[in-house]
Design a binder for this molecule. Sequence first.
Ligand code: C2E
Ligand code: MG
Ligand code: MG
Length: 701
Amino acid sequence: MNALIRLVSRLRIATRLRASFALLLALPLLLAALSWQRQQALSHAYAHVVNEQADLLFIANEVNESATDAARKLLVLMGGAPENRQRARLEIDAAEQRLQDAAGRMRAHRGVDENAEQELDELLGNLRVFRSELAVATRTLDDGRNEAAREWRGSRLEPALSALVSETRVLRDSARRATVEELRRLGEEIERDGRLTLLYCGIALASGALLAVLVARSVVRPLEEAEGGALAIASGDYEHRVCVEAQDELGQLSASLNALALAVGERQSRLLELAGTDALTGMATRTRFAAMAGERLRQAADTPYALVCMDVDRLKTVNSVLGFDAGDSLLLGLAGRLEQLQGQGAIVGRLSGGTFVVLLPVDGHADWQFAVAQLHASLNHRHQWRGQALDLTVSIGVALCPGHGRHPEALMQRAEQAMFEAKRRRSEIALYDPEQEADRLSHLSLLSELEAAIAQGQLRQFLQPKRSLHDDTIAGAEALVRWQHPERGWLPPNEFVPFAESTGRIRQITQWMLEQAVATLAAWRQQGRELPIAVNISTLDLQDGLLPARIEAMLDRAGVPAHLLQLELTETGLMTSAQDPIHVMHSLRRLGVRLAIDDFGTGQSSLAYLQRLPVHEIKIDRSFVGGVDQDPKRQELLGSIITLGHGLGLQVTAEGVETQAELEVLQGLGCNLAQGYLLAKPMDLRHFDAWCTRAQDAEMS
Ligand code: C2E
Ligand code: MG
Ligand code: MG
């Protein structure tokens, strides 16, 4: 059966269907032709039987009647009236003629009708005898010998007539029997034909059914397989292949499906490859790295690994000052060094921007520091770009496997957290600390409360004065945010500002601080006090293109001149800004608002970058100021920063001045303004006003 299906499958479906339909049509036609032919034969046989036997019966009757008639007319010829004799003579001749004809027809029958042959022979013999006796009798009469004729008739003709009549009866009986026999045979034949027709019908039906099964199986099976293949491809099983045996249309369809699966599979793996490959460096992306690291950690479950996450320092500065080509070149330089690690069994990848990740095998838990320190040393280098030397340094966060987890995603997340911690602490390498998780969670809960804090007035604005070192007058104040938490008490900004920044809530804080500062400025103006207030602005605020317009509207509403409002932007914030902040800074400057760089000196910004910033003031970070009076080298450094600021035409403020000695050094170095606990700690408005009045009174006196 299967061999037959295989044979059938070699034909095209169209050919198969045409052949099947032709065969299905031919079978009934053949059947009809056979039936017709049989029916013809039977009706022919029937007609033959009827004609032959009827003819025999007719001949027998004819012979019987004519012979009897002739014998009777012979009597008239012997003794009838003379006029009757002549007629009788004619009638005897006519009867003799009929008998002759009958004899001829009987002879003709002899060759045709085998059954009646013997009877016909007998009858012919008897007829011949009768006719000769009749001829003798008529001749005798013609000779006028009536008596001899009469005697001849009684002795010879009569017995010949009775033998002839009895023989015609025999023939009639035989003809009747033959008819019955023939009809019975014909009946049997009709019955047999009926059975044969039924058999043919059965054969036709069986052939039709077999054909239907063959065609259906040769079409449906491959169709089902093709459908299964299409569904498998649709579900993403591109390895699936439809079994191609047939060379027909379905074979072609299956081959096309296989080609489709192959092409889609190849394209899919190409896409996956592309999605898993970083376009710039050709390194694995986060997803592919996670998959590769997961595989490695599963295979080498006993080997300790360090998952190292690193970020290129000052990449944004390089991008904004020297352009993206320089940044890309820096990244490619680092990628090249990282890829060399792959030979030592490490897996490397690029997460985003300047952030890279390495799964580094470490020999033992105690050795991770050595391995990571070596890695750090091998990555920090001086990169040459178009003749310029760029110092490439990275901040590294480390999570250990199995100590900090076994899952690559969790390890990456932890290493990233450690890296942020390293950046925050400005250290080169930081190890993930699970205890900081608790801090983060507590910050998270703080964060959810922050919004309510703004709405419920839990924020406070503190002011810290700035003093001019030239004429010893109060030159302004810095506004610093405080949160009076209902349960935790006073919270300093570093407890919530960094997290407010990372989630975008800082914009609401900035808005609130600006409104408070502008309200204070308006109130002071009414009191005749013209002191500027500086508000700290986060990097995120600088990405808000509408900030200048909002500030302008705020100042207009309160009737406060723009120069009384100052905005402080941290140096590191400016450098890590996702977008170039210079455009917004120019808009603010055009408003008349004064701009200052906060925490100056901590961000390692280049001179070229500084020159581009449209600021009025730099605020030297307090780490440069503390103890400056006791360290000549620091004095030198501070002096050069002040000179640099002045060289750029900027006012210079020193933050965190705590002692008179520090103040005097700053005065000696030509610093313009000072801010610090020596003058006053940050205080609320009421205390600041009181402090100000006292200080101004002292100035007057
Ligand atoms: P900052 O802008 O550099 O503010 C100066 C910080 O130094 C203030 O800390 C102030 O209390 C402190 N300080 C002032 N004089 C001395 C001193 O003589 N010695 C010492 N040790 N510290 C002194 P604070 O208020 O805790 O603020 C910390 C930082 O939080 C600020 O640094 C600023 O970057 C941020 N910050 C404060 N308020 C806001 C705000 O409203 N918005 C934004 N975006 N950041 C704010
Ligand atoms: Mg500040
Ligand atoms: Mg500062």
